[in-house]
Design a protein around this ligand. Structure first.
Ligand SMILES: [Fe+2]
Ligand SMILES: [Fe+2]
Length: 180
């Protein structure tokens, strides 16, 4: 079963329009390789890309934009294929935050056909950190927001769940205490 964070929809369901748009990518070895790399907390790079892809699709659909490009480029936008936590930039190279979008686009172009729109979405998803990479399309503005929103969910939700479990444990202990 495949689910985006905060959603109950099974994205592996071939009846879904979303699944239909990205089915080939979901089976692709290079895309699946992203499962090997951690991204935010316990979230893998693959799961993060799936989250971004699904919410990109939903928002693009809502605004009558190109939902196919949103879904596909969302799934490929962080295809840089290394653990960014331990990544050391080469001499003269800028930090991961500035370079990974271009690295992802290079990998994507080596493995898949991408339209100009999809390339723009991938290459410029880090705007405004990459202030010179100005979004050319509205779909790119969508990923700029969705990527940050998903990053926040992936960081905050697991922490809230941990706090919730902690509170539950304390509650159980209090219940077990002898009463007067
Ligand atoms: Fe990114
Ligand atoms: Fe991302």
């Amino acid at each position: 079963m495949l689910k985006a964070i905060g959603s109950k929809v099974d994205l592996s369901d071939s009846e879904l329009e979303y699944n239909h748009l990205v089915a080939d990518l979901l089976k692709n070895e290079t895309v699946l390789k992203m499962k090997e790399f951690p991204h935010h907390g316990d979230t893998t790079c693959f799961q993060h890309c799936l989250n971004v892809s699904y919410y990109n699709y939903k928002l693009c659909r809502f605004f009558s934009l190109n939902e196919r490009a949103g879904a596909r480029a969302g799934l490929l936008h962080d295809l840089f294929l290394y653990d960014w936590h331990t990544y050391k930039p080469k001499k003269g190279e800028r930090l991961h935050g500035f370079t990974h979008a271009s690295a992802a686009l290079k990998n994507v172009k080596e493995n898949f056909y991408v339209s100009d729109l999809e390339a723009d979405i991938i290459e410029k998803h880090m705007f405004p950190l990459n202030i010179t990479a100005l979004p050319k399309y509205r779909e790119t503005l969508v990923i700029v927001i969705v990527d940050k929103y998903c990053g926040l969910l992936e960081t905050v939700i697991p922490r809230m769940q941990k706090v919730g479990r902690g509170i539950k444990k304390i509650g159980m202990k209090i219940k077990r205490l002898p009463q007067e």
